[in-house]
Ligand binder design. Sequence first.
Ligand code: NAP
Length: 246
Amino acid sequence: MSSHSYQTALITGASSGIGRAIAERLVKVGMKVYALGRDAKALDALASACGVTPLAVDLHDIAPLRELFGREAIDVVVNNAGLLPAIAKFGETTPADIDNMIDINLRAPLHIAQLALDGMVRRKRGHLFFIGSSAGRFPHPNTAVYGATKAAVSMFCDSLRCDLLGTKVRVTEIAPGRVQTNLYRTALGEQGANEKLYEAYRSIQPENIAELIATALALPEAVDVSRMEVFPTDQAAGGSQIVTVD
Ligand SMILES: NC(=O)c1ccc[n+]([C@@H]2O[C@H](COP(=O)([O-])OP(=O)(O)OC[C@H]3O[C@@H](n4cnc5c(N)ncnc54)[C@H](OP(=O)(O)O)[C@@H]3O)[C@@H](O)[C@H]2O)c1
C-alpha cells in the first residue's frame, strides 16, 4: 500500500517506456492511475496487466482532460509524454517537427499543469512531476529544439515552485540521460536505435525512473525533491567542440 496519502494519479505517455513503468509502479503502491497516450491498444493491454484506467488522448488537444480534472480529485500528475521525431541539425529540422515538439514536450505539460493545479491548490495537496531531459540541462548536437523544450520545462518547474509557495503542492523535475525506451524509434528506427544507442551500452531502465518517482512521493509532505538529474553510470555530459574553418 501507499506510504503517502495521495490516492489518484494521471500519467501522460503511459502507453510506452518511462510512463508505462511509472504507471505500473504507482498501481503497485495502491494508487488509482489514469494512463494516457494515443495508442489505445497498448493502454488496454496495460489496463489488463495491472489495472490502470486507460484514456486514449492525443495531447495536441487537451480539451478531453478538462472534464476529468473537473470530476476527479487527482493528487499526482506526471507530465511524461514527449517526442524526438528527428535527430538533425536545426536547419534540417522541419517546421512540422518544431511545432510537434513544442506542442507535446512543452505546451501540453503547461496546460495540464494548470488544469491540475486548480484542484490541488484548493485541496492543499498534490505533486506535479515533469520528465525533462539532460538535453535541457546541457547542449547536445542535433537536438536543438528538443533541448529548448526541455530547458523551458526545467525553468518552468523552478518558477512554478516560487508561485506555489504556501500551497503545499510539490513540483519535481526529473532530468534523465539515456533511458532504454522507444523514444528514438521515430528518428532512428527500432533496429537503428538498438544498434546505435543500447546494444553496447548500459542505459537507465524505465523502472529506475519509476523508482525515483515513488521515492519522491513517499518523502514527508514537507520535503520536495525539486530536481533529480540521473545519468547512466557510463554516460557523462559536458565538454565543448572546436573545429577548423576555411
Ligand atoms: N528515453 C530517453 O533516453 C529519455 C531521456 C530523457 C528524457 N526522456 C523523456 O522521457 C519521456 C518519456 O519518453 P520515453 O523515453 O519513455 O519514450 P517513448 O517510449 O517513446 O514514450 C513516449 C510516450 O509519449 C507519448 N506521446 C507522444 N506523442 C504523443 C501525443 N501526441 N499525444 C499523447 N501522447 C503522446 C507516447 O504515447 P502514444 O504513442 O501512445 O501517443 C508514449 O507513451 C519523454 O518526455 C522524453 O523526452 C527520455
